[in-house]
Write a new protein. Structure first.
Lengths: 517, 256
């Protein structure tokens, strides 16, 4: 039985999720009957369908490559004696927190016709489907690496130790460790596929035709036709529901079972003779993620881009930081209530968690078009033309970061702590503030930080509806990329990288390092 | 006299398995009832039903005559039942000091700061933890944490105290020491207590009466002597044999 107070708190959190997520998606569903003629006209042509199939194939290829990189690397980082594996993990993971097109921009500085290592051949390769798949795979493989590594580190040590006395490292890895990380791996695969399908910046930069670009073109002025944009997002909705179905069937609460980094201090599995080879391979992958960033810095420095930065950067970093901080605070607060409820298997909370997952796996263009349909009207123009629309969009897309991260940490804290408080006469609100929040503070703070970074890196939703003159930094870089001086664009990209690094660094210092004992 | 805790015809299922099967049980005011049974017999489920953390499928839970749970419905929420609990893992709130752990329930009950201070000092003195108010659970020894847990349960002067195998993870010496502390405290304050255990020695040391549970039912209730005279099952007989062979039957309670 839910107490009235608990129901009210859950309802308030639910209202935020519903308002930001369900309303845009619901609005698009109600558009289906009305879309009639326009939808029929555009969707009866073979071109959108061919484009959709092409996008799905590219996303599948990028996901497969990311999994192929991420699974072995996650295993090596979490459970072997690979040298400096914590640092390797940080270096490899960092690009995951950046807008992917920034890395494409960096690869362009390296392999483009006039790049540091460029030639006709590398340029042709970069501006092709191969270039797109490789860049997306390198950008998103840290998602797989990190989720697999966290699952392995959270695993009960005795399961692994019982296997190690009976089998060699290879059998332990393939028969015990990887099956234990299966829910995390499935979730990582879904996340990478959803991000790849949504990706707009990289394919547009590399001139590879994909489905989200067709939607963007109809909203961004090139072929301005919002009615057609509505029609075009309709085929993407079954993909989102399909991903949600797979997530619920194969992952569900399994993805909550992640437990900190304690496992890093367990005795690692020795790589013996393989150590130098595997270390070289792992460091090469991590370096491949960092290389384009170095190229951007070099281009900016050589072209005097840093000197011109103040003229070009405008208010974009402040818009990015301000909206990301506010949205992350909302996401963390909603995550605390919904994530806690989902971890404790409250029915309403589990439904809200599913909605948050659905909004995340929904291609960003669908969400963007839905947000425009809901908020771009005279009654809400004050919101739509201000930075509030960015906060609403970020909250919708990244609410899942809060709910899943909090659910994961709540599951690691003993339910008896809350039950003892209830038995001591404390009602839900008091338990939430005095017991649940402080006991899980470290995880909630980490969820907040993660949400800030995800909002900072967002490009593909914000680009569809950013308010005039208040664009976030990734949007500013992208819009300048076509016509701005290359050294300035590179300097802006480096500024974004530094901003993200500073946020992560400061957050890392502020997040409590130890759980209360 | 109205029973402090009265369970009548309680049934509970977990994924189609009947964990509690038509169980009835009463604990009189001021009585210490030891609920004894093997692992998986449903003891902890009974405790959770009384606390309001599980809802029985059938049957009624009454607290001092008031219906608290009834056939699929919680009538009173856990925080409204006026009970206190000591879990096996103690569940001390790690971010609060010893005084904070004790004050939490008192604040929920609306005690004034002066009243809280006085009651916390009194109970901490009684359990031998005077001066430890500012320590956090992580800074205490295992025995001290046990004392904080029992102090936290008693400081609110609850309607009844429910203890779920609180001593099961301790070494023999500490268990013996704490058993004396528990027994003296509970007797002195005339608390109504339901003490869940799988150890007959603890049950005999603390309980005025012992109720033996097997497969979700109470198979026998009575004093240690009545159990000895007429053991109702092979489990009870095995427990008594073990108890006797350990030589504890002739010793002082808790001397093991």
């Amino acid at each position: 039985m839910l107490h009235r107070e608990q129901m009210l708190v859950l309802a308030a959190a639910g209202a935020i999720v519903l308002l930001s997520s369900a309303l845009p998606l619901g609005r698009l569903l109600t558009e289906i009957p009305g879309a009639g003629a326009a939808a029929l006209r555009i969707l009866s042509a073979p071109r959108p369908w061919l484009l959709l199939i092409r996008s799905l194939m590219l996303a599948t290829a990028a996901t497969a490559c990311a999994v192929a990189i991420g699974v072995p690397l996650g295993l090596l980082i979490a459970r072997t004696d690979l040298p400096a594996r914590r640092f390797l993990w940080m270096l490899h993971a960092f690009p995951m927190f950046l807008p992917p097109f920034l890395l494409a921009l960096g690869w362009f500085q390296l392999l483009g016709r006039e790049g540091f290592l460029g030639s006709e051949v590398t340029d042709r390769l970069l501006f092709s489907e191969v270039g797109l798949v490789v860049i997306l795979a390198l950008t998103f493989s840290p998602v797989v690496t990190s989720m697999v590594a966290l699952a392995l580190l959270g695993m009960d040590a005795s399961l692994e130790e019982a296997a190690r006395v009976a089998a060699g490292p290879w059998r332990v890895a393939t028969r015990i460790l990887l099956p234990a990380a299966r829910p995390a791996l499935v979730l990582a695969t879904i996340v990478v596929f959803a991000l790849s399908v949504s990706e707009l910046g990289v394919p547009m930069f590399l001139r590879v035709d994909v489905f989200p670009a067709a939607v963007f073109a109809r909203l961004g002025g090139i072929q301005y036709e919002p009615g057609e944009a509505f029609a075009l997002v309709l085929p993407l909705m079954p993909i989102a529901f399909g991903l949600l179905y797979i997530e619920r069937r194969l992952v569900g609460a399994g993805s909550f079972a992640v437990a900190g980094l304690r496992g890093m201090s367990r005795a690692p599995i020795p790589l013996s003779g393989w150590r130098p080879t595997l270390a070289a391979a792992s460091w090469s992958v991590a370096a491949a993620g960092a290389l384009p960033l170095a190229a951007l810095a070099l281009r900016a420095a050589r072209g005097g881009g840093f000197g011109q930065l103040p003229q070009w950067i405008g208010q974009a970093p402040w818009t990015s930081l301000g909206t990301a901080t506010v949205a992350a605070t909302v996401i963390a607060a909603v995550g605390l209530v919904v994530g806690h409820g989902a971890a404790r298997r409250l029915r309403g909370a589990s439904m809200l968690d599913a909605l948050a997952v659905l909004t995340f796996v929904t291609p960003a263009s669908v969400l963007g078009v839905g947000l425009i349909a809901v908020w771009n009207r005279p009654e809400t123009s004050a919101l739509y033309t201000s930075v509030a629309i960015l906060v609403i969009g970020y909250t919708a897309r990244y609410a899942v970061v809060g709910t899943r991260a909090v659910a994961s940490v709540v599951l690691q804290s003993a339910v008896h702590l809350e039950e003892a408080a209830a038995a001591a006469g404390a009602r839900f609100w008091r338990r939430l503030i005095w017991i649940i929040l402080p006991v899980n503070l470290r995880g909630i703070a980490a969820a907040w930080l993660l949400a800030v970074v995800f909002c900072l890196r967002d490009f593909e939703t914000a680009v569809l509806y950013y308010p005039p003159g208040r664009e976030p930094l990734p949007v500013r870089i992208f819009t300048l990329e076509a016509n701005g001086p290359p050294a300035v664009v590179a300097a802006l990209a480096v500024a974004h990288v530094l901003m993200t690094a500073l946020v992560l660094g400061a957050g890392g210092l502020l997040v409590p390092h130890r759980r209360p004992e | 006299m109205t029973a402090a805790i009265d369970l009548e015809g309680i049934t509970l299922r977990h994924s189609e398995r009947r964990v509690i099967d038509g169980l009835s049980l009463t604990v009189e005011p001021g009585e210490v009832l030891a609920l004894l049974g093997p692992s998986g017999s449903g003891k902890t489920s009974v405790l959770r039903i009384i606390l309001g953390f599980a809802t029985p499928e059938a049957g009624t839970v009454r607290l001092s005559g008031e219906v608290a749970s009834q056939a699929g419905r919680l009538v009173m929420l856990p925080e409204e039942r006026g009970l206190a609990v000591v879990f096996q893992d103690l569940a001390l709130w790690p971010h609060l000091s010893v005084a904070g752990n004790l004050a939490f329930g008192l604040k929920s009950g609306g005690a004034t700061p002066r009243e809280r201070e006085a009651r916390i000092q009194s109970i901490l003195g009684r359990v031998g933890l005077a001066g430890k108010e500012r320590s956090h659970p992580g800074q205490l020894s295992g025995g001290e944490r046990q004392r904080v847990a029992i102090a936290r349960a008693l400081v609110r002067e609850p309607r009844a105290v429910l203890l779920d195998e609180p001593l099961s993870n301790l070494d023999v010496g500490l268990k013996r020491e704490l058993l004396f502390v528990f027994r003296d405290l509970l007797k002195e304050r005339r608390n109504t207590v339901l003490y869940v255990t799988h150890d007959l020695r603890e049950a005999a040391a603390l309980g005025d009466r012992i109720a033996v549970m097997e497969r979700g039912r109470v198979v026998q209730e009575g004093t240690l002597e009545s159990l000895r005279e007429n053991p109702a099952s092979s489990f009870v007989r095995a427990l008594l044999d073990d108890f006797a062979s350990a030589g504890t039957a002739r010793s002082a309670p808790g001397n093991f």
